[in-house]
Structure formats: C-alpha cells, structure tokens
Design a protein around this ligand. Structure first.
Ligand code: GLC
Length: 423
C-alpha cells in the first residue's frame, strides 16, 4: 500500500461514508453470520428467500439520510457470506427477484454520493465452495465426502463472472470492497490461492481503472487502503518510517453489521461523532454501517443517531471534509483531537471533555492569527505571553498559547475551535 493516489483523492477528502449490510440475514435478524453461527444447512437457510419481502424499500430515503449526515460515498453488500445475491445475476438463481442493488446504486448516485460495492469472497451457498472452518457444514461427519465434488477453481471463476457483471453493468463504480481472507497453516482457511486474488484484482482494475480496492484479498501491497474494523487505530496506520497510509475504519452502531433485532449495545450519538473525529484526526476515513431490516427500512435507533450526526455536521463539516491529521509539530491539547485542512491552513480542535477556563495549546506560540468556535464563528480570546491570565500565578510553558474558554460549553455534541494558522 502506498500513499493515496490521484484517483483516490476524492476518497481521502470525503472522510465519511455509509456502509450498508442488507441481505436475507435480515429475516433471521440475529447477525449476518447466523448461518455459520447456528450451523444452518444451506438448503434450510435458503428458505428465508420466501420470507424476504422488502415492502418498505425506499433507497432514496437511505441516500438522503446519508447525504444529510455528511457522508460522501457508500458501500453496499452485493453478496455477503451467505452467498445470496442482491442483484439480478446471470450466474446464479440464488438471488433477489428485483434488482434492489441497481436501485440503491441509482438512488445514491443521484444524491451525489460515490458508489462502492462489497463483494464477499466467502460463500456458504455455492456448491463449489470448499467447506472450511467458517462454513455452516464444518462439523458435518461426512465432510470429506461433501468436499469431494467441490471445485474451488470453479468457484473462483464464478466470482470473476459476478465481479465482471457488477463492474460492467452499473456504470462507474468507485470502490470494490472484497471480504475477506483467512489463510491458515492447517489448510482449513482461505486466501489468495483459493480466491485467485490476482486475477480478481486485475479484472477489477481493468473494468474500472479508477476503482479503489480494499486490503482483504490477501495480496500484500496491492490495496488502495487498509480496513481496520471495530476499533480505531490509536496512531492511524503508518508505514515503517511512520508516514500515515490511507485507511478506512469500518464501524457499527451496535454489535452486528446486518440487522440484529435483539442486540442492544448501541453507541450514543456522541460516541459515534467522537469516533468520526478520531478517525479523521489520524488520517483515516470512517465507514459507518447501517443494517436495514427485512422490510427494507432503517432501524429508528440508527436513524436517530444519523439525525444527530446531521445536526453536528451542519455546523462542523469544515472540520471533517478535506481534513486529515494535524502536522506532527502541533501536539494535541489535553482531552482534544485535532484535524487539519492543509489547503485552507486551518486547524480544528475537537474538545472531547470541556476544560475549566483555559485551553492550553502546546507549541503554538507565534503560529496563530485567530481563534473562533466553528459552530457560530464567535471569537475566542488567545493569550500568547505564556502567562495567560492576570490571576493565574503559574506560568504555562513558553511556547503555549492559551485560549480563554467560556464557563459553559456550547450546546453542540463536540465543540470545535477553528484556528487560523499564520501563513
Ligand atoms: C467481517 C465480517 C462481516 C462484515 C465485515 C465488515 O469481515 O465477516 O460480517 O461484513 O467484517 O467489515
């Protein structure tokens, strides 16, 4: 992986996207891995098809929610591990009766968002997919017998046919998100040889020369970005010299990607916004997931969070879009995260815990021309002399700039100070 290329510029400026996990597993509503977790036989699982009747499917509403929240792109599951195809593929009958995927792509594209497709390398339905550690039939007593007729190579070809279809029939696709590899010494996992990853990647790059590809094909050095999931890397993702590499954290509102009715570990809107800020402050993107239900509608718990993200973004998007990590020589103030827009030369201080009276900014002496809150553009008084206030006996370190903060935090989820750097 290298620095982000020209063709990836839009992506690193976007910083915020929507992940959508939508498939037949929404009928079971107990994790998108339900088929594997409960070891449900593929034939039995396939019956969910009859009950997948999305009568509330309105992709324009999804798109509008994403756009208003400040998301600039989206990635949707064309096929997840269960193998059920969300578009009208020629290569399988295990598919939707209506081209939901096409409709989602059109709705989001019309709303001005860039288009990403998630394609599962894993497939628990395909008859040629060799049964492995994650497969629902992994504990079958006759596993060798079941595996005997399976030809992984035929499955690899099936994937190429499908990817060619996805990247050939829906106009410009901006991202392909392959998921995922798990090579193992004992041979019971899968990796680049099983997927024939090189061919798959070459095909994607040939059909869509500007496409961005994630890092889950088990082909080191070939990806456009890395994809940590369910945690925020503390220092971002860097090369050996410590230079930040392009990365995108993917995260969930609760504990699953697909619709999971009874899962209750939902994050608060404040946590989600802090997550967004933390990603951007370390040079990363946030791909925030929703899992629409089997009727095609978005859980009100997710909608509520997104509405609050929207309210914050309305006033604070300048601190997200086009921003990245602050220059190394500007260490963060206590309880704060910084984001920086290198074009406008503005530094954003996201205050995660409200300070008492003073906000000390280390190593900022002589570097600033003005400070204001971002939400209302009101001035914040700066003291540069090292002794920030007449009744403050202890001096700050000489290179510190001190901001005189109001006693009460502004009524926004995460207050942000916008600093104009001297040019
Ligand atoms: C994991 C899971 C999967 C989810 C993905 C998103 O690889 O297998 O369910 O789609 O992460 O990053």
């Amino acid at each position: 992986m290298n620095q982000i290329s020209e063709r990836g510029l839009w992506w690193s400026e976007a910083r915020f996207g929507m992940f959508i996990h939508w498939g037949m597993y929404a009928v079971a509503a107990r994790h998108e891995w339900v088929q594997s977790r409960e070891e449900i036989h593929p034939e039995k699982y396939a019956r969910y098809q009859d009950y997948f009747t999305p009568d509330q499917f309105e992709p324009r509403q999804w798109a509008s929610l994403a756009k208003k929240a400040g998301m600039k792109y989206f990635v949707i599951t064309a096929k997840h591990h269960d193998g059920y195809c969300m578009w009208d593929t020629k290569f399988s009958d295990y598919k939707v009766k209506r081209d939901y995927l096409g409709e989602v792509i059109e709705a989001f594209r019309d709303a001005g968002l860039k288009v990403g497709l998630y394609y599962s390398l894993i497939d628990w339905h395909h008859p040629d997919f060799v049964i492995d550690v994650n497969h629902p039939l992994r504990n079958a007593p006759n596993i060798d017998e079941l595996n005997a007729p399976r030809k992984q190579k035929r499955y690899a070809k099936y994937m190429r046919d499908q990817v060619a279809e996805l990247l050939g029939n829906y106009g410009k696709i901006d991202i392909i998100w392959f998921d995922y590899s798990y090579p193992r010494e004992d041979g019971r996992g899968k990796g680049r040889e099983d997927w024939e990853s090189e061919k798959l990647l070459a095909l994607a790059r040939k059909l869509q020369p500007e496409i961005l590809v994630d890092d889950r094909l088990d082909l080191p050095g070939s990806a456009d970005f890395s994809s940590p999931e369910q945690y925020v890397p503390e220092y971002g993702i860097r090369d050996e010299e410590g230079k930040l590499l392009p990365w995108e954290g993917c995260q969930t509102f609760s504990g699953a990607w697909g619709y999971f009715r009874d899962e209750l570990t939902w994050k608060t809107p404040g946590q989600v916004l802090a997550m967004l800020v933390k990603h951007v402050s370390r040079g990363g993107n946030l791909l925030m997931n929703i899992g629409p239900n089997a009727r095609g509608s978005i859980d009100p718990r997710a909608t509520n969070i997104l509405r609050q993200v929207e309210a914050w973004m309305r006033n604070h998007q300048a601190a997200i879009h086009g921003c990245g990590a602050a220059p190394e020589e500007m260490p963060e103030a206590e309880n704060c995260r910084y984001t920086y827009n290198a074009k406008t030369k503005r530094l954003y201080i996201h205050i995660l815990s409200w300070p008492q009276k003073f906000l000390h900014l280390p190593k900022m002496q002589g570097k600033l021309s003005f400070a204001r809150f971002l939400h209302d553009h009101s001035e914040i008084i700066m003291r540069e002399e090292g002794a920030p206030h007449s009744n403050m006996s202890a001096k700050t370190s000489p290179d510190t700039v001190t901001l005189l903060m109001p006693a009460i935090a502004p009524d926004v989820e995460i207050p942000v100070v916008e600093l104009f750097l001297r040019s």
